[in-house]
Design a protein around this ligand. Structure first.
Ligand code: 8GP
Length: 766
């Protein structure tokens, strides 16, 4: 990306070519820093890219994990986890900054000292050194270089030589050193054990404390009085995990800067804002008080105070309504409720798609919405078209530029100018040639890595994302099994050849997700080796799905599977990356799919299944009876029985828990309920694909409307509505005016740039 941002990639590639070196091969050697897991982390990377491109001073803070998210291997059809040793050959883009190291303190006891003023002091704590490594974030053809600051945990006690006399001290020092290094050793430690949970909390605190200390130190260096903090700094909490930023900022303001509670609280709330990325309870963390208090005793006192004051406010508003107060409290039932803390301590709370925000407001966080109606806003996700289109698909980028002019790179809504040409056969054929080139490239990769050979005329159908029950890779798998059954029963059946591709990692302790991978690999073994069905069906599980694999897949995919149980997927971002590259979505009416459908038009997407309202109504009624479907739909009965009858080339007991989840545990993600509509939608996809002109027109219309889903639009909404950010240099125009201020003054809207209507509060640049 650095070469692209500097505008010299082609020059460097040509120069290397003259030297007999292939730039692409060098790029392939570079490791993807595996510092995130799914869409949440990748989204943050997209926004960093957008902020630098738009010349805004926006930086990221994270942890420099020694081992990134595990590398996935598939051995005998099952996932194995291999440590991701991404630093083994060094990471040349980072700069260690020991001069900016700070100390983070764990455990200890809190005492009060009276020194003119009452102050809390932490004693007998364990000190850890947080050392920043700065990674420059360049912007596309811009002068701005922002920073991604990654903190590494190092021992702060000086080393000493071990001898027979100091053996115990020596052992303690070794233990301490190991404990410290564990803090930033691995992303997502296993939280099924007590030790794992404590480690996660340590990581949360380490990140938030180090980052806040770094930010405040920077403010001090610029000579800015702490009282003016929110005028200069906006701190955004990316999901619930860093919610400790609230009590930690309070601690720094109270204990280090000597402010009073009310002033500190005002500054904290005005500085912090919070995005919620999922309504799944697993991410709305709660910490048992004993763990929290033991590890962070001073923060616990602060959280207690926040809770008491908040509960008093609630009491004034809802006198006597104990149930409501308990449901909203930050501390309740022996737990610290981090999502509650995040809402109470931030001036803005946003969801990541209209439906998701609606669900937060009306259901999951309804109590809070009623209490703080002005805090809640929506910011529908967007992804960087520079990585997902310009880098991943330079051929399509050139085709777009040839058709609409070069400005689309800065003004993604210019892609709308493709619309008048969407039915032009010559443009369609040029697009078809680009797509075929990428299908060939992907097929070569799959041949080299799995030995499976693909027919480029087949429909390339892709589902890549974390493996999770709600994302319903199982629905896709059951449909494949059903298609296979149809082909076996009627070998002459008319069917456009299909390649079903899957990619994604299962969390190490998530056994159902691992079984889902095994189910897919068993299907692949069965189907790919069955000569009687010719090449009509193929199933591929792509090992170790990551950003590099995604860049290969997006441009080569005809059909993108976006099929979560409605209401569960907050937004999704791969849906946006796929449409940018001209894929057609088959999807449920969930998250971002709804807004994509609105943008591209109902005729350019295939949707099916229960709506979010229907799913939520079922949840409220305690679910539905999957046996009704089992009894009423022979196709469902057949595929389910095939899971456990030994029909698949795997131990049938392996799939018994999946079978049980569908039938005996209420099918909580509505896989059986949505099976029939999904089968019908898949037939519709096939019908559309067979009409080549129609299909290529759909692809072009998807590309044309994708500008709205550029991360530049989203992050600009964050910058203007939430962070009240002042650009370091004039923001590149929103409507061909010269800067963001022009937008404020002449009322021109983002719609000119992104081809959409959005509601934004009037910009207030401070
Ligand atoms: C994801 C959402 O699942 C996805 O719909 C959304 O597009 C993406 O965030 C970006 O907004 N959420 C997570 O990855 C997530 O909540 N992860 C936490 C469990 C760790």
């Amino acid at each position: 990306m650095y070469l692209i941002d500097l505008g010299i990639r082609d020059t460097v590639a040509a120069a290397l070519f003259d030297l007999g070196v292939d730039l692409g091969a060098i790029e392939d050697i570079e490791e993807d820093p595996g510092l995130g897991n799914g869409g949440l982390g990748r989204l943050a990377a997209c926004y960093l890219d957008s902020m630098a491109a738009e010349e805004l001073a926006g930086h990221g803070c994270g942890l420099r994990y020694r081992y990134g998210f595990f590398e996935q291997g598939i051995v005998r059809g099952r996932q194995i986890e291999v440590p991701d040793d991404w630093l083994k050959t060094g990471f040349i883009y980072e700069f260690r900054r020991p001069d900016e190291a700070v100390e983070v303190r764990f455990g200890g006891t809190v005492s009060l000292e009276l020194n003119g003023k009452l102050r809390y002091r932490l004693e007998n704590y364990e000190a850890v050194q947080a050392v920043p490594y700065d990674v420059p974030v360049t912007g596309y053809l811009s002068d701005t270089v922002n920073t991604l600051r990654l903190w590494s945990a190092e021992p702060s006690r000086t080393e000493f030589v071990c001898s027979a006399e100091n053996r115990n001290d020596c052992l303690k020092t070794i233990e301490y050193k190991n404990d410290v290094e564990t803090i930033t050793s691995v992303l997502y430690p296993d939280d099924s054990t007590h030790e794992g949970r404590v480690l996660r909390l340590k990581q949360h605190y380490f990140l938030t404390s180090a980052s806040l200390q770094g930010i405040l130190a920077g403010l001090g260096r610029r000579g800015i009085p702490i009282e003016n903090l929110p005028d200069h700094i906006a701190i955004h909490i990316n999901d619930t995990h860093p919610a400790l930023a609230i009590p930690e900022l309070m601690r720094l303001l109270l204990d280090e800067h000597g402010l009073g509670w009310d002033e500190a609280w005002r500054l904290t709330v005005a500085t912090l804002s919070y995005t919620n990325h999922t309504i799944l309870p697993e991410a709305l963390e709660k910490w048992p008080v004993d763990i929290f208090q033991g590890l962070l005793p001073r923060l616990y006192i602060i959280v207690n105070e926040i809770n008491e004051r908040f509960c008093c406010e609630l009491w004034q508003r809802y006198p006597g309504d104990w149930d409501r107060i308990r449901a909203m409290a930050v501390l309740a039932d022996g737990m610290v409720h981090m999502a509650h803390l995040a809402i109470v301590g931030s001036h803005s709370v946003n969801g990541v798609a209209q439906l998701h925000t609606h669900i937060l407001k009306e259901r999951v966080m309804n109590n809070f919405y009623r209490f703080y109606p002005d805090r809640f806003t929506n910011k529908t996700n967007g992804v960087t078209h520079r990585r997902w289109l310009i880098k991943a698909n330079p051929q399509l980028s050139d085709l777009i530029a040839d058709t609409v002019g070069p400005d689309w790179v800065r003004f993604p809504c210019d892609m709308l100018r493709l619309l008048p040409h969407a039915d032009d056969p010559s443009l369609q054929e040029r697009l078809a040639a680009v797509r075929r080139y990428h299908k060939g490239k992907l097929a070569a990769y799959i041949r080299d890595t799995t030995g499976i050979r693909l027919d480029l005329d087949a429909i390339f159908d892709t589902q890549v994302k974390r493996i999770h029950g709600y994302k319903r890779q199982t629905l896709n798998a059951l449909h494949i099994l059903h298609l296979y059954n149809r082909l076996k029963a009627d070998p002459g059946m008319e069917l456009t050849p299909r390649v079903f591709m899957f990619g994604g990692k299962a969390a190490p302790a998530y056994h159902q997700a691992k079984r889902t991978i095994r189910l897919i690999t068993a299907l692949a073994e069965l189907i790919n080796n069955d000569k009687t069905i010719g090449d009509k069906l193929k199933v591929v599980f792509l090992e170790n799905y990551n950003v590099s694999v995604a860049e290969l897949l997006m441009p080569a995919t005809d059909v993108s599977e976006q099929i979560p149980a409605a209401s569960r997927e907050a937004c999704g971002t791969s849906n946006m990356k796929f449409i940018m590259n001209g894929s057609v979505i088959i999807g449920t009416l969930d998250g971002g799919n709804i807004e994509i459908r609105k943008a591209v038009g109902e005729e350019n997407i295939v949707t099916f299944g229960l709506t979010a309202e229907e799913v939520l109504a079922y949840y409220e009624r305690g679910g539905y009876d999957p046996w009704d479907i089992y009894r009423g739909d022979e196709r469902v009965r057949t595929v389910l029985e095939q899971l456990v009858s030994g029909f698949l080339p795997a131990d049938p007991d392996e799939f018994r828990p999946l079978y049980d989840a569908f039938l005996h545990h209420g099918d909580q993600y509505f896989v059986l309920k949505d099976f029939a509509p999904y089968v019908a939608a898949q037939k519709e996809i096939e019908r559309l694909y067979r009409d080549r002109r129609r299909w290529l027109g759909m692809c072009l219309r998807n590309i044309a409307h994708s500008g709205k889903f550029s991360g530049d639009r989203t992050f600009t909404e964050y910058a203007i509505d939430i962070w009240k950010l002042r650009p370091a240099a004039p923001v590149r125009c929103y409507c061909s005016a010269d800067d963001a201020f022009a937008r404020a003054e002449n009322g021109c809207s983002l719609s000119a740039r992104f081809g959409m209507d959005i509601e934004t509060a009037p910009p207030q640049f401070n």
